[in-house]
Design a protein around this ligand. Structure first.
Ligand SMILES: Cc1cc2nc3c(=O)[nH]c(=O)nc-3n(C[C@H](O)[C@H](O)[C@H](O)COP(=O)(O)OP(=O)(O)OC[C@H]3O[C@@H](n4cnc5c(N)ncnc54)[C@H](O)[C@@H]3O)c2cc1C
Length: 343
């Protein structure tokens, strides 16, 4: 690829820029992308999008919302740099489990934003922007048919537009492919636990991401779905997606609002992607802050602060606080590890 030689090899790759680690051993002879495809993408891709962000020739892309990323023409265009494998959270996969280390756990409700639960994620991001801790954040918004779209939000208005849970894979880290090596901007990442693990790998393996990612927020997660599968599932249940204002999973049931139609989460088993079936990390133990619904009263989010330096950010946010039930979170974390064995 000519563009790569000029922009990648010439300006950085060849001179070692961005090279923080070593190329990992391959599982079999062949290009790294082929290794990634056969070992991860065809078996248990998490759909985080980190490989898209890391690919220096911008060959790996989101080709469909119902399958992992792909590199059309990889046989000729992949330069075999190995970054896709180095940043993949499922390469040499050892699942995270338990609650991990944390400094504080509390219930939180924003005084100014409405979110999925207490609006805590939107509040924390907005407050971090106001305090110049971050300039932007990777979040996921949606259209009127709930199609998710990962974006880099640069304003509080965009954060507010992205509030609320989308139970669909949005490959959020893919949007980081536009991030340049130069400049001092600070970025936050919000995502499910797999996205958090991938973000840490991006930071460990690529200099620009270690310099620029300043805050990593995990959403508690039991499982996520491919958007077309979820759409079809809801259609079969007689739900008109354009009329849906909120979806929620609570106490083993999937709720759709405003109709308040509900059905057992178990009904969704048939559309759980293979990548979610091996994940044991409920809270995202590698994050700076984990946020979820379980463990707090309705209208509040449970917030687990893991990075002590960020506690002041939480304390000074425009929010009400209360106690969270750690046992309830522990119980779900144990349950997730139990039902998703790595076989
Ligand atoms: C797929 C999924 C499954 C979940 N399962 C559970 C669960 O089993 N138990 C539980 O307690 N909590 C679960 N959560 C978390 C919960 O639904 C809320 O997201 C969390 O409590 C934060 O609420 P909030 O009001 O503080 O956030 P808000 O202020 O509403 O902000 C939510 C943030 O998350 C971002 N976001 C939304 N959807 C996605 C997505 N698909 N990928 C990446 N970012 C996204 C939004 O853009 C926004 O920035 C899940 C979340 C997701 C995305």
């Amino acid at each position: 690829m000519r563009g790569w030689k000029r922009c990648g090899m010439g300006r950085g790759m060849g001179r070692g820029r961005g090279k923080k680690g070593k190329k990992p051993p391959k599982e079999f002879p062949g290009k790294y992308f082929e290794n990634l495809k056969k070992i991860v993408m065809d078996r248990y891709c998490s759909n985080c999008g980190a490989c898209v962000a890391a690919c220096p020739v911008k060959g790996i892309s989101i080709v469909s919302y119902s399958s992992p990323p792909y590199f059309p023409g990889w046989e000729s265009d992949c330069t075999d740099c190995g970054f896709c494998v180095r940043v993949c959270p499922r390469w040499n996969y050892q699942p995270n489990k338990g609650l991990g280390e944390y400094f504080k756990i509390l219930a939180m409700k924003s005084k100014r934003f409405t979110g999925q639960d207490g609006g805590a994620v939107t509040e924390i991001l907005a407050h971090a922007m106001e305090k110049n801790i971050i300039d932007s954040a990777v979040i996921v918004r949606r259209d009127e048919n709930w199609k998710p779209e990962a974006i880099i939000a640069n304003s509080i208005e965009e954060l507010v537009e992205g509030a609320g849970t989308k139970y669909s894979h949005a490959f959020p880290l893919s949007v980081l492919k536009s991030i340049k090596g130069r400049g001092n901007e600070k970025i936050a990442v919000v995502g499910t636990p797999c996205v958090v693990s991938a973000t840490r790998k991006l930071q460990r393996e690529m200099g620009k991401f270690s310099r620029k990612i300043a805050l990593v927020i995990s959403l508690f997660c039991m499982e996520n779905f491919y958007y077309p599968d979820l759409l079809e599932f809801l259609r079969k249940k007689g739900i008109d997606i354009s009329s849906v204002e909120k979806m929620d999973i609570k106490k083993g049931k999937f709720y759709v609002y405003p109709s308040e139609v509900s059905f057992p989460v178990k009904d969704l088993d048939e559309i759980v992607p293979s990548g979610c079936k091996v994940c044991q990390d409920f809270t995202g133990i590698e994050s700076d802050i984990s946020v979820g619904s379980v463990g707090s009263p309705d209208g509040y989010s449970t917030v687990i602060v893991r990075n002590k330096n960020l506690f002041e950010l939480i304390e000074t946010a425009e929010a009400e606080f209360g106690d969270a039930n750690i046992k309830a979170v522990e119980k779900l974390a144990e349950f997730k590890a139990k039902i998703h064995p790595l076989s």
